[in-house]
Each structure stands twice: as C-alpha cells, then as structure tokens.
Write a protein that binds this ligand. Structure first.
Ligand code: AMP
Length: 113
C-alpha cells in the first residue's frame, strides 16, 4: 500500500489543521472546504476505503463511527450535518485512505448527482 497524503498527515510528515485526535481517529479541516464546517475523520489504523470496511473488525468500525458522530456534534451542535464517504472512481474518491467528510455549519443543499 503506497503512502497517501493522509498517511503523511497521520505520521506528522505533513501539516494539517487538526480539530480532534484520540487513540482511534484523527480529524482535520479539509484543505478545500465545501461548507463552513468541512472536516475529514480518518482512522489511525489504516483502511483504504469504505468499501474495505469488511477487513476491519466490527469493534474498531464502531469506535470509528462513534468518533465521527462525536466530532460532528462538537462542531455543529444540534443544527445537523452531513457525513459523506466517497468510494472509488464513480464516487470520486481521490485519496485511498478511508475518510468521512463531515459537512455543516449552514443549511446544506442536496445535489450530489
Ligand atoms: P475524496 O474526494 O472523498 O477522496 O476527498 C479527499 C479530500 O481530501 C478532498 O476534499 C480534498 O480537499 C482533501 N484533501 C486533500 N489533501 C488534503 C490535505 N493535505 N489536507 C486536508 N485535506 C486534504
């Protein structure tokens, strides 16, 4: 598996605007934000894609999803938000390292296709 930009952020070889970190996940601001809140949450234990989640034990998947929900709540309060996993070519996944986009901070529109 070749190192992606997110591997380099995890390894502190590249800077990032980190908003949350614990033993399981790292969350940082997207460099090209699509909403007032646009944060990426990645697991510290690498998985390439949402499509590869079956390779991860369910306990770790649960910890990851709990962290995504906690961070989204911290950043957006009770106003709501969107969580997006882009997968593969048709999903326009550009970084081969599992990442959840948390988008919010405004009334979002819905035009993903
Ligand atoms: P995706 O298209 O789902 O693979 O999303 C990858 C996201 O990573 C894009 O929204 C990029 O703007 C974001 N991105 C790429 N490089 C960086 C970086 N160095 N720091 C923060 N976000 C990045």
């Amino acid at each position: 598996m070749s190192a992606t930009v997110f591997d380099k952020i995890i390894n502190k070889q590249l800077p990032a605007d980190i908003v949350y970190e614990d033993d399981v996940v790292l969350a940082f601001k997207d460099i090209n934000p699509q909403a007032p809140v646009h944060v990426l949450v990645i697991p510290k234990h690498k998985c390439r894609s949402f499509a590869d989640l079956d390779e991860v034990n369910t306990g770790a998947v649960g910890q990851y999803m709990h962290a995504v929900a906690k961070i989204a709540k911290q950043l957006t309060g009770d106003a709501g938000y969107r969580v997006v996993f882009n997968v593969g070519k048709d999903g326009q996944q550009t970084v081969d390292y599992l990442h959840a986009h948390i988008l919010g901070g405004k009334q979002l529109s819905w035009h993903p296709a």
